[in-house]
Write a protein that binds this ligand. Structure first.
Ligand code: SIN
Length: 301
């Protein structure tokens, strides 16, 4: 009998697929819709201390194999976000994604997410195009350690750190999370990217740079999870370019205990979780894996 149940440390999920931060997770009703569509949990859009309008248009474009976005972390601010959490939390497991400039911001935000009923917080240490936030703080292992330690002291819910692939010291950053008591790492966020419009002879996005997501990034994400598994003991959540059960299986076999889906909610549809769950169950049945834990990291054996 095959089970899709999985554990990310102390968090138990009925299904291993989680909605990645940034898509169908800005409002309470959209988060509920995704839980009802087969996701095991939802990560919210990253929320900061103050309301933020984000970058001017154009801030999103389609490319071969995915999307390039520089939304600019638009969000209503942590106080107003309570309204969305009040709708979503009674219906399923909600992970609160937060961004800040340093330990103090992250600690305050994590405390509010805990008050709102989040089952965990995900620290955005990886947005590739936000001045003063994201990977600008998340590529310095000392800063990462300080942020994770501060958040761990501020809340009692699990603390996940979402890491950037835009670095050659991913293992050191993962170790900084683990040494600071972080409960899990999430890998990867988008790859820093640019699209130039030949007709206007300029970068297409108003912010010039953005982040590449979608099928094109999957091999980068799988490699990152594989590398992290070789150095870390804490659980890993894999994300980047997952569209099908095969993609999810790759991440699990590289070492992930669960996975997130983002862009494919747009390219495949909101039934992407139901399709992955069905395909994964059939594969596991046929190949003799009784649980996600059975499959996790087998590519290392
Ligand atoms: C954005 O809102 O600009 C994207 C967030 C991210 O890449 O983490």
């Amino acid at each position: 009998m095959v089970s899709l149940k999985t554990e990310i440390g102390s968090i138990s999920l009925e299904r291993p697929g989680i909605v990645a931060s940034g898509i169908m997770d800005e409002t309470g009703p959209s988060m509920v819709r995704m839980i009802e569509s087969g996701a095991g949990a939802v990560v919210t859009k990253s929320v900061g201390l103050e309301p933020n309008a984000g970058h001017a248009n154009p801030c999103f474009t389609e490319v071969s194999g995915g999307y390039v976005n520089a939304m600019g972390l638009p969000n209503p601010g942590i106080e107003l976000f309570k309204e969305e959490m009040d709708v979503a939390v009674p219906k399923g497991k909600i992970v609160g994604s937060i961004y800040g400039a340093g330990p103090e911001d992250f600690s305050k935000l994590a405390g509010r997410m805990e008050d709102y009923g989040a089952c965990a917080v995900e620290l955005n240490l990886s947005c590739p195009h936000a001045k003063g936030y994201g990977m600008e703080v998340g590529t310095d292992p000392a800063m990462v350690k300080a942020i994770v330690s501060a958040v761990k002291s501020a809340v009692s819910i699990p603390v996940w750190a979402k890491l950037t692939p835009n670095t050659h010291i991913l293992g050191d950053i993962g170790m900084a999370v683990q040494d600071a008591g972080g409960d899990a790492v999430v890998a990867i966020n988008t790859l820093k990217a640019m699209v130039i419009c030949p007709e206007i002879g300029r970068p297409l996005l108003s912010n010039k740079f953005g982040g590449l997501s979608g099928a094109a990034v999957k091999p980068v994400g799988v490699r990152a999870v594989y590398d992290l598994r070789t150095v870390l003991d804490i659980p890993i959540v894999g994300v980047g370019g997952i569209e099908t059960w095969r993609d999810a299986a790759e991440y699990i076999m590289a070492g992930a205990s669960a996975f997130q889906v983002g862009s494919a909610i747009g390219t495949v549809g909101t039934d992407v979780f139901a399709r992955i769950n069905d395909g994964l169950s059939s594969f596991m049945e046929e190949y003799g894996y009784s649980s996600i834990a059975d499959m996790t990291g087998v590519a290392h054996d």
